[in-house]
Design a protein around this ligand. Structure first.
Ligand code: ATP
Ligand code: MG
Length: 411
């Protein structure tokens, strides 16, 4: 057997300490905020039949064509580690007859897997928080979902990230826009990047997303969706924007914002750090923290009845980078056992402290002379001294009332 220690898989992370605290803080804040909006918790499988993603996302998308972790299981069935939540939640909605709960507001979080080129803010296993409203076709659903995203960012202390908003119109508007984009880009096809040339017939909206310098000169003058919007689609978008204004959510129009996945209709959005802001500096080139939109076409692509829906997902790692490293829980009390004969008393005191909601630890090993220094090193607010007769006094600042009450009760 090899003596070499195994390495972690490329693009995975072992998150520890202050970074893990930031990660937990993002999830805890999300859990709190989603309750305010009455989004119900769902737990989803980490893998699905490959067709769940292939049919929902579309074969031409980056995720399906290049990024999925798919494999045949021992029974010969093709399975895929989920690259996103929405498709699996839509599958579950159909499998379990969750239509009965519509409009259904659900939230979840957990790991996702994409075979990408790992770099800062981009991993092969990453984590998202996710919120979906299924079975609601009215613009107010979009407004509520976006208000929740906005509140979450603020409660995380992130104030320099703004909602960039677009509409892709209804099916007919989107088709007309798509055709105009194909015509426009076909005229300059030879000058586009290879990737955009490939996208031209299959997924021309994605060219607007291109970061390639060869494509950029043609993006500004590309046809805009507004010229193709039906009256219904315009009215829908106007209702979303006026709802956002009423809810106090700041937004900017982003005419060339498209989402990578085929199933989007109407509202499409991303939260992006403001130029030159601290968040922009923290994220570097992986700048989108939260993205989503309306996916009215998805349920049908999975064989279900037409079901309007809207949702978003945000990368927990990217949000944690914006939150910054967070301190672990401060140590309120350190029980210092100075004489081993007092061990039982020290253990009983420690139990009382923790039962009383005090963050506490104990030092009861090593040479008695060195224990005090070890205790000080952990910077507790108070050191509670225990000798053979039990607790007899403390060092540190004045005792916190909660702690004082527990000690009082023991005397
Ligand atoms: P990008 O353009 O950055 O590839 P995307 O459009 O693929 O993003 P979505 O599928 O919309 O991203 O996922 C929503 C969010 O999940 C992103 O805004 C980002 O915060 C996060 N995310 C997506 N892919 C990764 C990844 N590989 N590593 C870390 N976070 C990711
Ligand atoms: Mg991506």
């Amino acid at each position: 057997m090899s003596k070499k220690t195994p390495q972690a898989i490329r693009g995975t992370q072992d998150i520890f300490g202050a970074d893990a605290e930031a990660f937990a803080y993002v999830v805890e804040t999300f859990e709190r905020v989603r309750r305010l909006y009455r989004f119900r918790r769902v737990e989803m499988p980490v893998f699905e039949k490959t067709e769940v993603f292939a049919r929902s996302l579309g074969e031409t998308t980056d995720v399906v064509s290049k990024e999925m972790y798919s494999f045949d299981d021992r029974g010969g069935e093709s399975l895929t580690l989920r690259p996103e939540f929405t498709a699996g939640i839509a599958r579950a909605f159909l499998t379990n007859g969750w239509q009965q709960y519509a409009p259904l507001k659900v939230a979840t979080h957990g790991p996702l897997f994409r075979y990408e080129r790992p770099q800062k803010g981009r991993y092969r296993q990453f984590h998202q928080i996710d919120a979906e409203v299924i079975g609601a076709g009215e613009p107010q659903a979009d407004v509520e979902l976006l208000a929740m995203a906005d509140q979450l960012l603020k409660e995380l202390g992130i104030h320099d990230v703004t909602l960039h908003l677009n509409t892709l119109g209804d099916g007919a508007s989107r088709e007309a826009w798509r055709a105009a984009l194909i015509e426009y880009f076909r005229a300059v096809k030879d000058q586009l990047s290879e990737e955009s040339q490939e996208r031209l017939e299959k997924n021309p909206l994605r060219i607007l997303d291109s970061k390639d310098a060869r494509d950029k000169p043609f993006l500004a003058d590309a046809p805009k969706i507004d010229a193709f919007l039906s009256d219904e689609a315009s009215a829908f978008f106007a209702a979303v924007t006026s709802g956002l204004d009423a809810a106090g959510v700041k937004w900017v129009r982003a005419e060339s914002l498209v989402r990578g996945l085929d199933y989007y209709r109407h509202t499409a959005f991303e939260f992006i750090p403001d130029e030159g802001s601290a968040s922009a500096a923290a994220l570097g080139s992986q700048s989108t923290v939260l993205g989503g939109g309306r996916y009215d076409g998805l349920m049908e692509s999975l064989g279900g009845a037409p079901t309007p829906a809207v949702g978003w997902a945000a990368g927990i790692e990217r949000l944690a980078m914006l939150v910054g490293a967070r301190e672990e829980e401060p140590l309120e009390a350190m029980v210092l056992l100075e004489d081993d004969a007092g061990l039982a008393a020290a253990v009983a005191l420690l139990a009382d402290l923790r039962n009383g909601g005090v963050v506490a630890e104990m030092i009861a090993t090593g040479s008695p002379k060195k224990r005090y220094d070890k205790a000080v090193k952990q910077q507790p607010r108070a050191i509670l001294r225990v000798n053979a007769d039990g607790y007899y006094g403390f060092s540190g600042d004045e005792l916190d009332p909660k702690l004082a009450a527990i000690l009082q009760a023991r005397i």
